[in-house]
Design a protein around this ligand. Structure first.
Ligand code: NAD
Length: 254
């Protein structure tokens, strides 16, 4: 069974859905109980598998504990953990106080640390497992005006690589799946706010973004979710310690 954090919308939702459509039972969380319950109901109905919902904030240690322990106990173990949370806010260095940096550490880095810590006892009892971190292409190439992401995401990639070595002996495979620009609510919201600030149409901004991507379009959440589901599946039995970028070819680095 798979535990997918922050999954009422966007990439977490697409990942949970794709894993469920491959036949696995799934636990999901969102901050609001109604969102978690509604998403679980919809995925369960479509995929025909049990989906266990939980209201929990991935920015707090208590929230992570409640979700993972609840899921592990409900299903009697954990095979797959997908670490995800809301992303850090955009902006340059001058914009952020110590408190903003601390919040970003809690939400992006510490949520990943805590999710793994809580899930490992449930995974080790199963003779192996998969840990996947939803990251960002900023792991490979810093994004303009996204300093918090540019610092926090590589930290999580370092965690992933370290864990891939530490946990290999226990048959636990650990990877990062790093989105470029996938058209989720978050992307629409950030682009809409920028369009209003700059006095341009949001469609124009999306067109500009797409023109900088070799495939000339933004990604669909389903295209991302299916990559997560593949890495979580028995087919991906010899892949560990990688960062797989899903970005339509945008990152230029090798
Ligand atoms: P989204 O806003 O569309 O969805 C985020 C989901 O996380 C929602 O279900 C929301 O309710 C939930 N969530 C947010 N904060 C939470 C918290 N503290 N506790 C529990 N649930 C929480 O965002 P998305 O586009 O799916 O992005 C997911 C992650 O991927 C983010 O960290 C984002 O920064 C990162 N990312 C996304 C893209 C992209 O193109 N979409 C690119 C790079 C990185």
């Amino acid at each position: 069974m798979a535990v997918v954090a922050a999954a009422s919308r966007g990439l977490g939702h697409a990942s949970a859905r794709a894993i469920a459509l491959r036949g696995a039972r799934v636990a999901i969380c969102a901050r609001r109980e109604g969102d978690a319950a509604e998403t679980a109901r919809a995925i369960s109905e479509e995929a025909g598998v049990e989906v266990w919902p939980c209201a929990a904030d991935m920015g707090s240690a208590e929230g992570v504990k409640k979700f993972v322990q609840g899921a592990g106990r409900h299903f009697g173990g954990i095979d797959v953990l997908v670490c995800n949370a809301g992303g850090p806010p955009g902006g340059g260095f001058d914009l952020f106080s110590d408190e903003d940096w601390r919040r970003a550490v809690d939400l992006t880095l510490m949520s990943a640390v805590r999710l793994v810590r809580e899930a490992l006892p449930f995974m080790k009892g199963r003779g192996g497992g998969r840990i996947l971190f939803i990251g960002s292409s900023s792991v490979r190439e810093p994004l303009d005006d996204m300093v918090l992401s540019n610092v926090m995401r590589p930290a999580v990639a370092g965690l992933s690589k370290s864990l891939s070595r530490e946990l290999a002996a226990q048959n636990i495979l650990v990877n990062v799946v790093a989105p470029g620009t996938i058209l989720t609510d978050r992307v629409m919201e950030t682009r809409t706010a920028r369009a209003q600030r700059e006095g341009v149409a949001v469609e124009e901004l999306l067109r500009q973004t797409a023109s900088g991507i070799p495939l000339k379009r933004l990604g669909e959440p389903g295209e991302f979710g299916r990559v997560v589901a593949f890495l979580a599946s028995p087919e991906a039995s010899y892949i560990s310690g990688v960062t797989l970028v899903v970005d339509g070819g945008r990152v230029r680095g090798l």
